[in-house]
Each structure stands twice: as C-alpha cells, then as structure tokens.
Design a protein around this ligand. Structure first.
Ligand SMILES: CC(C)(COP(=O)(O)OP(=O)(O)OC[C@H]1O[C@@H](n2cnc3c(N)ncnc32)[C@H](O)[C@@H]1OP(=O)(O)O)[C@@H](O)C(=O)NCCC(=O)NCCS
Length: 355
C-alpha cells in the first residue's frame, strides 16, 4: 500500500479500502487481515489481533555435528510435483496445532513449485525430508536466497507419529549444507590478473520464521538463541460479527461440549460500549448471535472497548490480558468469565502472506 508523496492526504487509501471491503463482502468473506504500519489500519475498522512473525535463530556454530561413524538418519531433497499431495497433507496435519490456519493446499503448492515469479519476495524453495529408505518424514520451506547472512526457514512440518527429536538434528545439518551452497560464489571465468577472491560469502544463522511457538523450539532447545523480541501483529477486521459467529458455531459448540459447561443454556450480552452482541445457547447449541444495544441497558455480561473483542475472538489474548491493557474491559460475572474462556481459547495462527 503506498501513495506517491504528491498525492497523499487526499483520501486515496481510504477510497481503496472502501473498494476492497466492498469486493471482499461481495465474495462472502467474513474476516479481512492485513499487515501494515503501526496504528494506521485501525481507522478502517481493524484491530491488531493475531501474532505476526516470531522467529528463533540457530547460529552456525550451534548446528549439531553428526557423530563420527554415524550415517545421517534423514536428508533433504528438493520437492517435486509428485510430492504435492504429501506436502498438502503434512501441512494440514501440522495446522491442527493451531486455532486458526491458512490452508496451504495443492493448488498453492503447485503454484509455488512451478509458477511463482522468481523475483517475488514470497518465493519459497520446498524440500522433502526423507529417511535412508526413501520414506518421506516431512518437509521444510525456505527462502531460496540468503538474506543478511541468514537462511530464512518458513515452514518445518513432520508427518504424524514421526519424532521431532529424531529428525531435527538432520534437518539442521541439511539446512546448513543448503546455506553453504547458497553462500558459495558463482564460478567465475579465471582472470589471471585478478586478486584471489576471499571465497564464499559467509552465512551465520538459520532463522526459523515459525512464529512464537513451534515443536522445533523445544526439540532443538539447546541449539537456538533466545527469542529476540515480541512479535508484531496482523490487523484483523470482522465487519459482521453475528455472521462470523454463526459461521464458527460448530467450533463454539464443540468447545462448549468439551468443557465444564457442556450442555449450557443461557446468554452472553457483550457490550462494546457503543454497540454490542447477544449470544444465546440452548442445551449447548448456538440459538442466537445478533446485534445488541448496550447504551442505557443494564445487564452486560462482559465489556470490550473499541475493537478489543477481536483479540479474544482470534485467540490472540485472553480476557485477563485484554483487561491488563484496558481497565474498562472484563467480565461482569464469574459465569461470563468461564464461558468466554471456554468459547474463545487462546491459540496461535500460522497465517501466510499470499501475493
Ligand atoms: C500511508 C499512506 C499509504 C497513506 O496514503 P494516503 O493516500 O495519504 O492516505 P489517505 O489520504 O487515504 O488517508 C487516509 C487517512 O489516513 C490518515 N493518514 C495518512 N497517512 C497516515 C499515517 N502515516 N499514519 C496515520 N494516519 C495517516 C489521513 O490523514 C487520512 O485520515 P483522514 O481521512 O481522517 O484525514 C501513504 O502515506 C504512504 O504511501 N506512505 C508510505 C508507504 C507506507 O508507509 N505504506 C503503508 C504500508 S502498510
């Protein structure tokens, strides 16, 4: 998003956002997500409500060595179109760790392998992790070039029932070998008069851009530097909250059924101070999700100033965390506090930037 300096402050981006939102609504989208400069998108109905980024580095000396005489248990090989169903299924399996996940389906993977513009910043190079007998154990996806001496790894997933502990040392060594290759200078035409080149451009770290939590961070605990800082956030917009809640009703009902409030009957009136939302449940089923007018009405079950309810909705923050930043947020009863915790648990998203 950008406007030439001479044309700024004339409402061009505002007009652009109106068009985008209308187009998105026409397609039936219930949520919009964008990354961007601090604060800016709030004015268009967005709240920062999903982790964006979060990474851990394995510095070069900390890549574990293979013991003398030991054969490498797992290797990396480039993924091909034949691997697409495997990659999609492995991603789908990994997505179960998350509350919200972006599908990385066969079409997207085929696009990645065959059609992505080589100049794209989002380009990924995909490699399958294989055992010596050729079984596929998982895959990694990384940027195909070194960036400031780092190899950025964007995905690391394993199939079900394969041990992260067993595979991870091999993956670290495989990625280090790949970084060596990327760092190697292009073979140049020999020039007898030239001074000898100092050799390869060094790389110094494998940078795992895998969010704030990932099995790798535990499996390779001693190889990784501590997190450098907190992640940034995606901006999230949900213009029609009742429609969104009806869409996720099966998830809400499943969470309720698996909780201490299984079979619950009752209602939650959520005040956003200038607007509100009423949710009703009958024997554990959602029977109402509708706008509710809080002004002048007693009986709100919980209050969320501005768009802070979105932080709860996406699993970004729990009620107490929201309240820590907004003293005018919070539940008005113990029952509401428990129900909101059950219906909107905390969780992490892996969300992809798609060109
Ligand atoms: C940020 C940027 C895209 C805004 O473009 P623009 O065409 O001036 O935007 P608009 O005129 O539609 O402004 C919309 C509103 O945002 C406000 N605004 C403009 N720049 C802003 C900024 N940097 N921070 C906060 N608000 C800003 C405007 O005042 C306007 O509010 P108003 O209607 O109440 O007056 C433009 O300044 C730009 O290209 N900046 C450099 C690139 C950049 O940072 N892009 C954002 C990447 S996410």
């Amino acid at each position: 998003v950008g406007t030439l300096p001479a044309y700024r402050r004339r409402g061009l981006v505002r007009a652009q956002m109106d068009v985008l939102h209308a187009r998105s609504a026409a397609r039936g989208h219930l949520m919009q997500v964008i990354s961007g400069i601090p604060h800016y998108y709030r004015q268009f109905g967005y709240e920062m409500a999903m982790h964006l980024g979060g990474h851990r580095a394995c510095f070069r000396p900390h890549v574990p060595k293979l013991a003398a005489g030991q054969a490498e248990p797992f290797c990396l090989r480039p993924a091909t179109l034949v691997d697409v169903p495997f990659l999609a299924e492995t991603w789908r399996h990994g997505s179960r760790r998350h509350l919200i996940a972006c599908p990385y389906d066969a079409a997207q993977l085929r696009y990645e392998l065959t059609a992505r513009d080589p100049r794209s910043e989002c380009r990924l190079s995909l490699a399958v992790i294989v055992s010596p007998d050729g079984d596929r154990a998982g895959f990694v996806a990384m940027r195909p070039v070194l960036e400031q001496g780092r190899l950025n790894v964007m995905v690391y997933e394993l199939v079900e029932a394969v041990s992260w502990l067993a595979v991870t040392p091999s993956v670290l060594r495989g990625l280090a070998a790949l970084a060596d290759t990327l760092a190697a200078p292009e073979p140049a035409t020999p020039d007898p008069g030239a001074t000898p080149d100092s050799g390869a451009t060094p790389w110094h770290a494998l940078s795992f851009q895998l969010g704030t939590e990932h099995p790798l961070y535990t499996a390779a605990r001693r190889c990784l530097a501590p997190p450098a800082g907190p992640p940034y956030a995606w901006y999230v917009r949900v213009a029609d909250l009742p429609a969104f809640l009806w869409r996720i009703a099966p998830a809400l009902e499943a969470r309720l059924a698996a909780s201490l409030a299984a079979g619950h009957t009752g209602e939650l009136r959520l005040s956003f101070y200038r607007s509100g939302l009423r949710l009703a449940f009958q024997r554990g089923k959602l029977t109402a999700a509708e706008p509710w007018e809080p002004i002048g009405q007693p009986g709100a079950s919980a209050s969320f100033p501005d768009l802070t309810f979105l932080k709860l909705l996406t699993g970004y923050q729990m009620l107490d965390e929201i309240r820590a930043g907004y003293p005018d947020a919070g539940a008005r009863s113990g029952e509401a506090e428990v129900l909101l915790g059950v219906l909107f648990p905390k969780g992490l998203p892996p969300v992809w930037a798609i060109e």
